[in-house]
Design a protein around this ligand. Structure first.
Ligand SMILES: [Ca+2]
Ligand SMILES: [Ca+2]
Ligand SMILES: [Ca+2]
Ligand SMILES: [Ca+2]
Length: 418
């Protein structure tokens, strides 16, 4: 019995060893790509299966070295990976006891000239319809620490919070995405003179994943756009009349139940001066067996001006998440990078970190950068080492097996020469 089991294995090994000399090479698509980048763990080592929902590349202490703020869902913490010297990061806890922190935004909320950290808290990341979401603000105490204040709670699960003066009264307001489950909403919170916040409803639908603030229609006031999943799959734009009254326009909609919207950013992808929208679809969280779907990939909505928009499919990738637009190769155009969380990591793994290289004419070609670690859900780019080129940081979200290629927070470097 043992021999009969061993023989096919040996045969396979020998065949593989002989293949290059005696048989034509398999087509390129069948070969696993050679990794270009390798992950280097930064911060504290993982003590369990990591669930890092968000990494934010930012120089928090303004010392000229880029740091990372991360949302550790497993620990209920927001942590700061301070780059204390070039390439060395020290982790400190900015806030703990948070219910599923999933995104941070650094901005001066109270107008005192110092930046606060806004934290979107889902309560729990797994499907739940209870009003367990909250918005937490971390306020610098002047001694290098931060004080936690709950700005709003008992909300449908909050996935994103952004800061901007939406009604032109000189006070910073909030744009808030609340995924919920059966019930969810999109709101903006108006900051009052006393520093309290008054919510205003924009949409009563579940599934908001991200919200962004930009002047999308070019009339010099901040508009909003959100990516909605769950019952519908849509990108919705809210045009501002300048005073915080918003008119919704649907820019994209899909009836594909498996579309799996997963991340939206505002970026001027074609560098024509008008902010565009770049979004991924790759969520596979809801399935009994989490994984990818054929429609997963990346697209962008080109802002043509005068309130006109055009959708472009940018490329396919299973489990695509967390789009980033940056001139990765330094040739002057913006490339797109994504990570992958949901795909079949056992039987047919594809890369977990992918570059879509721009040929300069807005044609993008996928180039796998790394196969492992797997289950990457968040990506940020920034010049960490001061060489003028973008470096990458990712977070691992290991909510389903296999658990053999895990990471918590990683910084990526070129594969060393042999
Ligand atoms: Ca305001
Ligand atoms: Ca506008
Ligand atoms: Ca543009
Ligand atoms: Ca480029």
């Amino acid at each position: 019995m043992r021999m009969s089991l061993l023989l096919p294995l040996l045969g396979a090994v020998l065949l593989a060893g002989c293949a290059p000399a005696s048989r034509p090479a398999p087509p390129a698509a069948a070969l696993p790509p050679a990794p270009v980048l390798v992950a280097e763990a930064i911060g504290e080592p993982a003590v369990d299966r990591p669930l890092v929902a968000h990494v934010n590349a930012i120089d928090l202490d303004a010392d000229g070295r880029l740091d990372v703020i991360a949302c550790d869902v497993r620990a209920g913490r927001v942590v700061w990976l301070r780059q204390v010297e070039r390439g060395r990061f020290e982790e400190t806890v900015l806030a703990e006891g948070l219910g599923a922190p999933v995104r941070t935004e650094v901005a001066d909320l109270d107008g005192d000239g110092r930046r606060e950290i806004l934290v979107a808290c889902m309560g729990v990341v797994y499907p739940n319809n209870d009003r367990i979401g909250s918005i937490v603000v971390l306020i610098a105490d002047g001694n290098g620490g931060y004080t936690k204040r709950v700005l709003a709670d008992r909300l449908a699960r909050v996935t994103d919070v952004r800061v901007g003066d939406l009604n032109a009264d000189g006070r910073a307001d909030l744009a808030v995405a609340q995924f919920g489950y059966d019930d969810g909403e999109v709101q903006w919170f108006e900051q009052r003179p006393d520093g309290s916040f008054q919510p205003h409803g924009l949409l009563s639908l579940p599934g908001a994943i991200n919200i962004v603030i930009e002047d999308f229609d070019g009339d010099r006031d901040p508009d909003l756009a959100a990516l909605i999943s769950q019952n519908t799959e849509e990108v919705i734009l809210w045009q501002n009349d300048g005073r915080g009254r918003f008119t919704p326009v649907t820019l994209f909609g899909s009836t594909n139940e498996d579309f799996g919207s997963s991340g939206l950013i505002a970026t001027d992808l074609n560098r024509d001066g008008r902010p565009d929208l770049l979004f991924t679809n790759g969520d596979g969280f809801d399935y009994a067996e989490p994984g990818s779907r054929p429609s997963h990939g990346v697209q962008w909505i080109e802002n043509l001006g005068s309130g006109q928009f055009r959708l472009h499919r940018l490329g396919d990738w299973p489990g695509a998440y967390s789009p980033v637009a940056v001139d990765y190769d330094g040739d002057g155009d913006r490339d797109v990078l994504i990570v992958s969380c949901f795909q079949d990591w056992v039987r047919s793994p594809r890369a977990s970190l992918v570059l879509f290289r721009n040929d300069g004419r807005m044609n993008f070609t996928a180039e796998p950068l790394a196969l492992a670690p797997t289950h990457l859900v968040t990506l940020a780019a920034g010049d960490f080492d001061g060489d003028g080129r973008p470096g990458l940081v990712t977070g691992g979200f290991h909510a389903y097996p296999p658990y053999d290629r895990m990471s918590r927070i990683s910084r990526w470097r070129p594969v060393p020469a042999p």
